[in-house]
Design a protein around this ligand. Sequence first.
Ligand code: COA
Length: 272
Amino acid sequence: MTENYQTLLVSKDAGITTIMFNRPEKRNAMSPLLHREMYQLLTEIRYDKETRVIILTGAGDNFCAGQDLKQYGLEMESQPEWVKDDIREKVRKWRTELLRTLPQPIIARITGWCLGGALTVTVGCDVAIASDDAKFGLPEVNFGHFPAGETTPILANYLQAKHGLYYALSGKIMSAQDAERIGLISKVVARAELDNEVNEFARCLAEKSPLALKAVKEAWYLSTCTAPEASFAISNFISQRIVRDQGGRPGLEQFVQKKLRPVSETMKIDKT
Ligand code: COA
């Protein structure tokens, strides 16, 4: 897996891979190069056996100030059509498809500003944990535009209209507490506790069976876009696959043999 990027930092420790937006001087705004590099990284990381859990965060004090309004906004106008189409497709794909279809869970660790298209990234991650000084918002209306690209479609599907429109229409900044209240993030914690919270959660997931984690994500996201009958059928197929790939039901056998209490322990797995 390539690990040398200009706009991203990638580090690995004990099964946990941290991806950092690395443009702190631009508040980690997403430039065309950042989108290309993220697309490439997420395309490859699913096959990386050393990565059991991913943390996505921003270098410096901020998560991400949204699209790069200069490079992605103004300068893209003069690019040939095929370049615009190519980059827009990569943007849409990494934020809406690649994050969700990764077999590994991905946790957003959010500090400081999280604006515009960064809300789409927040929604695309499986879990989002923010510090109490994080600030969220859709400021587009303040420069005479709207949350464009896939941002409005994603948020309209994900948030209740009364919550989403309150912020999209006003451009008001949302506190981390409000982001938690409306379900945009999973949890808000004090700034001093953020790293412990995120790392402890990542370690908790890294202990689980990768096959089980992949199944949870697939069943969850496919259930959000299929009719109930199809969701039940998909759920059954996923069950059959996981039993086949695990060579049976080792966890249930450990429970019956009184070797495992699943409310407080995780099934032992071979990490080789
Ligand atoms: N696109 C491009 N550049 C951005 C950016 C964005 N979304 N957000 C910040 N930057 C750049 C600034 O232009 C500045 O660059 P410079 O030093 O070359 O002049 C640098 O990042 C620092 O920004 P600054 O405004 O000085 O920092 P701040 O900490 O006072 O404020 C923000 C941070 C994020 C509140 C402010 O920069 C802002 O409002 N950015 C626009 C956010 C936005 O509208 N996002 C939605 C995009 S879809």
